[in-house]
Design a protein around this ligand. Sequence first.
Ligand SMILES: Cc1cc2nc3c(=O)[nH]c(=O)nc-3n(C[C@H](O)[C@H](O)[C@H](O)COP(=O)(O)O)c2cc1C
Length: 180
Amino acid sequence: MKILGISGSLRKASWNTALLRNAAGLLPEHKFTIAEIGDLPLINQDLEGDGKFPAPAERLRDQILEADALLFATPEYNASIPAPLKNAVDWASRPPSVLGGKPAAICGVSPGVLGTARAQYVLRHTLGVLSVQLLAQPEVFIGGAAHKFTDGKLTDTVTREFFAKMLQNFVVFAQRVKLG
Ligand SMILES: Cc1cc2nc3c(=O)[nH]c(=O)nc-3n(C[C@H](O)[C@H](O)[C@H](O)COP(=O)(O)O)c2cc1C
């Protein structure tokens, strides 16, 4: 399967982007790509013309279209999703939306205790409205990031095994959605 990872963080040392890299390592039999969303312009309908979008938005939309499944990793910013992630979802949603029917899962990691739970529920709501087919369980809220990662690797055994199980569920779910 072709899986596209979308991180809500633009930070080089992002825990959430690191989580996606770990997902790629845990799914070696699948083609895993992480999308670039940092160069997307802010959503603005004036930048759309004759069904065309700015080049970074076209690139993201093409990557989503080509992907069999999407894995979102979101930080929590002020109890919601970061603006760059909402911006990316907004570009992908413009008609014709490239998100409808696409299988996806959400995960997230934070230095604090909540593990991005509040942001994930905001993202779940928005993606649900856009008819994205979301994996319901297990939910992956990773708190205390500094204790779970070593040099970008998810080294906490319990968390790693839990995340690996979620990814296996996700792959089975995505294949089922694809088969209809
Ligand atoms: C604007 C802003 C708002 C934040 N709000 C929250 C928050 O509501 N809850 C939380 O757990 N962490 C919050 N944080 C801290 C982030 O969880 C932390 O910076 C985290 O490392 C971001 O994810 P990343 O490592 O993938 O970049 C906030 C950070 C920023 C920059």
